[in-house]
Design a protein around this ligand. Structure first.
Ligand code: PMT
Length: 399
């Protein structure tokens, strides 16, 4: 299961760092490629020479190579990896991972990593039990990381309790089990629309809306995490994607989004329409900047844009699934059910601007899922990554 897998092994300052040598040997034996990234404190416990000899690769520790000044790209490393394993994970590294404190190469690599991350804590029993540590571990779990619980036994302090890093063979088994499970969206092709659309009034003005693209981009990331290939049609947003399985197509107007979405949809297993598409556009955008002096009052004539969701609903073939969103301000459930039916959707994600923390721009959302069979599931307020996970889990069951 590990043959050909690229694994970043993050090593931190802990007496259990010696076990990393056994870990590397076991992973290499199973056919994995191992790239060690070690923190400065980690090097006090085990030498880079030992690690590079076992992994057959130079060990990375600094942002720049001391020898020739070349930059160690944490972004490239994050993309290269099929998995990242932090073992041993000290209390300090866990805290930095949980709070995004990017002061060493291991943490920047972790923050850039798109692959699943496994964390094997190692520390004294009281440090492990401390609420600060437990909260940080919970935070890491909430981000989707896999925590390999430490074992109970004699610790470096000679105290006995929970905090020993799990044995290398058990950690290897966890990775093997993970890779042996088929990912729910493996080989599925998913179209996602995200962000706002801009409808030109003149060369300097447009009609737009507050969508940031955060929800749609979180969905794209969540789909790739479950093995899907994503085509992301993005309106004008200041967001970036780096995952190799996300193909991004940038558009500006509803008409452009419509053209791309209808062209792409026939090759897809599913589409998730998260974009906030303008329903109307100026009928005759001016080729030149409209001057204030020209008129006391300005009347804009608007014409309807194509409804992308309804068009894909009409194009939908058996085996294809269509997920829409409903952004409401009143009569939420009724309006969402109406859109589900009119647009021939299989699932609709309702978010209401009446709920605090839901909707545009923020990092959180509060959704209710309504499927074709009429099942209604309301979720609490969560961050948009977790919300995306809930939507994708439902989609995976429908697919
Ligand atoms: O981008 P963020 O800042 O993170 O904000 C996320 C969000 C609030 C934009 C998102 O969660 C959301 O609700 N997206 C849908 C917004 C919307 O346009 O809702 P609607 O109820 O007006 O449209 C219903 C459905 O039809 C949506 O799936 C929409 O994409 C689609 N539609 C609407 C109009 C149109 N011309 N074509 C469409 O495809």
């Amino acid at each position: 299961m590990l043959k050909g897998k690229n694994i970043i092994l993050g090593i931190t300052g802990s007496i259990a760092a010696y076990k990393a040598a056994y870990l590397i040997r076991a992973l290499v034996k199973k056919g994995a490629e191992v790239q060690v990234v070690i923190t400065p404190a980690g090097k006090e416990f085990i030498t880079p020479l030992t690690l590079s000899t076992l992994s057959r690769k130079p060990v990375i520790s600094e942002f720049f190579s001391n020898r020739d000044g070349t930059w160690n790209s944490h972004v490239d490393l994050g993309l290269w990896a099929d998995a990242m394993l932090v073992a041993p994970a000290s209390v300090s590294t866990i805290g930095k991972m949980a709070n995004g404190i990017a002061d060493n190469m291991l943490i920047t690599t972790y923050l850039s990593c798109k692959a699943p991350v496994f964390v094997a804590p190692a520390m004294d029993l009281d440090m492990f039990a401390h609420p600060a540590t437990q909260q940080n571990i919970e935070r890491l779990r909430a981000f989707g990381n896999h925590i390999i619980e430490p074992g109970v036994g004699e610790l470096a302090s000679e105290l006995i309790g929970k905090g020993r890093m799990e044995e290398p063979e058990v950690i290897v088994k966890v990775l093997e089990d993970f890779f042996s499970v088929k990912q729910p969206l493996e080989k599925k092709r998913i179209l996602i629309t995200a962000g706002p659309t801009y409808e030109k009034i003149d060369p300097v003005r447009f009609i737009g809306n507050y969508s940031s693209g955060k929800m749609g981009f979180a969905l794209a990331e969540a789909c790739t995490r479950q093995g899907a290939e994503v085509t992301l049609v993005a309106g004008p947003v200041a967001m970036s994607v780096t995952h190799p399985f996300i193909r991004r197509i940038d558009v500006e107007s509803a008409e452009e989004m419509f053209q791309v979405a209808t062209r792409q949809f026939p090759g897809m297993d599913a589409a998730i329409l998260c974009a906030a598409v303008a329903d109307y556009r100026p009928s005759q955008p001016s080729g030149e900047k409209i001057k204030r002096e020209q008129q006391e009052e300005m009347l804009l004539k608007l014409v309807p844009n194509p409804d992308i969701a309804a068009s894909l609903g009409a194009l939908k073939q058996p085996g294809q699934l269509l997920v829409g969103f409903a952004l409401e301000t009143n009569n939420e459930l009724e309006n969402a059910r109406g859109k589900l039916q009119r647009k021939n959707l299989d699932l609709i994600v309702l978010n209401s601007l009446r709920e605090e923390g839901a909707g545009f721009q923020g990092d959180t959302n509060k959704i209710t899922l309504i499927d074709k069979e009429g099942n209604v599931t309301a979720f609490p307020l969560k961050n948009k990554q977790e919300v995306a996970g809930d939507i994708i889990n439902k989609l995976a069951t429908l697919l």
